[in-house]
Write a protein that binds this ligand. Structure first.
Ligand code: BTN
Length: 276
């Protein structure tokens, strides 16, 4: 069951040819837009349906963490897509989303953010946006992909819980820090830009343009060329991030000269988010 309030549905049949956002479901409050998206994905939700909430009471992050989703401070949305792609190619959706969000943020603020593998978006050395991509599988294979995007827009750094203060920022905290001014009300503008960019890249993806998306990811990456530490349950491995593969794996050159292709898990990048 869902703990929700204030549901509004917007439909825009044409949407300038953009499949993403033809239908937008808005909530004042929900526990998690990803959780809700998952619950309607296997029913009749159309490709490109968007779910947005002003506040999430139980926002979900990667690796089972919580995503702090304070009231009206951020952009919290999930997009349901139903691409006809084999499972091994679905990781590209994660990369595509980070590229689209970086470009949307730049469009609205004029500022360049960077991507920490696989899909954290940072201003300086702090995270401003997280992306959580989840698959919904049916008997016949993966049938929908839920793309969850959380952007910290207005949260001031004193508003972050203690453990996040040195690792997280928001668009407004960052622009204040570097001394520029933004007009108020950028959240709706950012939403529009994210949906347009996502629509463009989704079409590119479906028409076979994976290589171009990977090139953009490399261009915005703040991981490649950096020392990284890969954490597994019992050990840590140190290496140098050298490339990304088309299936999204990070290629790391280890100290013993071997190469490791990292699929998932926790990778810290030297100089970013508290790793010195
Ligand atoms: C991360 O840990 O970096 C991923 C965070 C993803 C948060 C977003 S907010 C909208 C969507 N709904 C959720 O519950 N999580 C994602």
């Amino acid at each position: 069951m869902f703990n929700t309030s204030g549901c509004k549905i917007e439909t825009n049949k044409e949407n300038n040819g953009n499949i993403i956002g033809k239908k937008i479901i808005r909530f004042d409050t929900i526990d998690s837009t990803n959780k809700y998206a998952k619950s309607i994905a296997s029913e009749d939700a159309a490709d490109g349906t968007v779910i947005i909430a002003a506040h999430q009471s139980k926002g979900r992050g990667r690796l089972g963490r919580e995503w702090v989703s304070a009231d009206n401070n951020g952009l919290y949305l999930s997009i349901i897509v139903k691409p006809d792609l084999p499972v091994e190619k679905l990781q590209i959706i994660t990369l595509m989303t980070s590229v689209a969000v970086v470009e949307a943020i730049e469009f609205v603020t004029g500022l360049k953010a960077g991507i920490k593998w696989p899909n954290d978006i940072l201003f300086g050395d702090k995270k401003v946006c997280g992306i959580l991509v989840e698959m919904v599988s049916e008997d016949a294979g993966v049938n929908s992909v839920i793309i969850g995007i959380g952007v910290n827009v207005e949260l001031k750094s004193p508003g972050f819980p203690e453990e996040l203060k040195n690792r997280a920022t928001s668009i407004l905290a960052y622009v204040n820090e570097i001394g520029i001014e933004l007009q108020i009300g950028i959240k709706e503008q950012l939403l529009e830009a994210v949906l347009i960019k996502m629509g463009n890249y989704y079409s590119t993806l479906l028409s076979g343009g994976i290589a171009g998306i990977i090139d953009k990811w490399r261009e915005y990456s703040i991981t490649l060329g950096k020392d990284v530490v890969i954490k597994s349950t019992n050990s840590e491995y140190f290496g140098l991030a050298v490339d990304i593969l088309e299936d999204g794996r990070l290629v790391v050159l280890m100290r013993d000269g071997t190469r490791m292709n990292i699929q998932s898990g926790e990778v810290s990048v030297r100089g970013l988010m508290g790793y010195v």
